[in-house]
Ligand binder design. Structure first.
Ligand SMILES: C[S@@+](CC[C@H](N)C(=O)[O-])C[C@H]1O[C@@H](n2cnc3c(N)ncnc32)[C@H](O)[C@@H]1O
Length: 195
């Protein structure tokens, strides 16, 4: 059966093999849609979602709804491939069209038991989150997420011990920050997990 792949907020970059969706009609996407109102696909119907430089265009207060929508439409094990500018760099704040602000920790709320409970998130993913400079000169950093939707599959859910922040080993195990170097200067250091 043909795989269903969505490219959310495709902009001018239409990806072959994907249903390219954008709110802007002038860009001639395959589907014009305001995704902040929901993803117009049935539950468990999508194999893969790509969201590059899109989530930060969803208003604060709707970001959890957007992550829940992504999880809802993905099949069990379906893949989310997303990247967002990190608040650990300037990119998150420099663009006047950005409506929400993300960093590595933002994704804990959809993978870690304690963080999920703190906001009542239904979405559950497993995967990896990485962060690195995308343009060091301009001090722009991006978070790259590769998540798989967990729906009824038996997997251990990591749970941090402290609601205000996990210890180093838990957070590394939860997010598997595999390639991040010390990307933040004068701020929080993103550490590599201890293998
Ligand atoms: C920075 S561009 C990213 C384009 C492309 N994905 C890329 O990798 O460069 C963000 C895109 O998201 C679209 N967008 C913003 N808000 C949206 C919404 N509520 N629903 C659908 N698309 C939206 C914008 O029109 C824009 O094309």
């Amino acid at each position: 059966m043909k795989k269903v792949r969505l490219n959310l907020g495709c902009g001018p970059f239409k990806e072959p093999g994907f249903i390219n969706i954008d709110i802007r009609e002038d860009l001639k996407p395959d589907m014009v849609c305001d995704l902040s109102q929901g993803i117009p696909f049935a539950d468990d119907s999508v194999d893969e979602i790509r969201a590059y430089d899109f989530l930060e265009h969803i208003p604060l207060g709707k970001t959890m709804f957007m992550m829940e929508e992504i999880w809802r439409v993905l099949k069990p094990g379906g893949r989310l491939d997303a990247q967002v500018p990190s608040t650990d760099g300037r990119g998150a704040f420099q663009d006047p069209t950005h409506l929400s602000f993300w960093n590595v920790n933002s994704f804990l709320y959809y993978v870690d038991g304690a963080f999920r409970n703190s906001c009542g998130a239904k979405a559950l993913f497993k995967g990896s989150v990485e962060q690195g400079w995308s343009n060091e000169l301009m001090q722009v950093a991006h978070v790259h997420v590769l998540f798989y939707a967990i729906k009824g599959q038996e997997v251990p859910i990591p749970t941090s011990t402290n609601k205000y922040g996990a210890d180093r080993n838990t957070i590394c195990a939860t997010l598997e920050i595999s390639t991040a170097k010390t990307v933040i200067q004068g701020g929080v250091e993103v550490v590599k997990p201890e293998k």
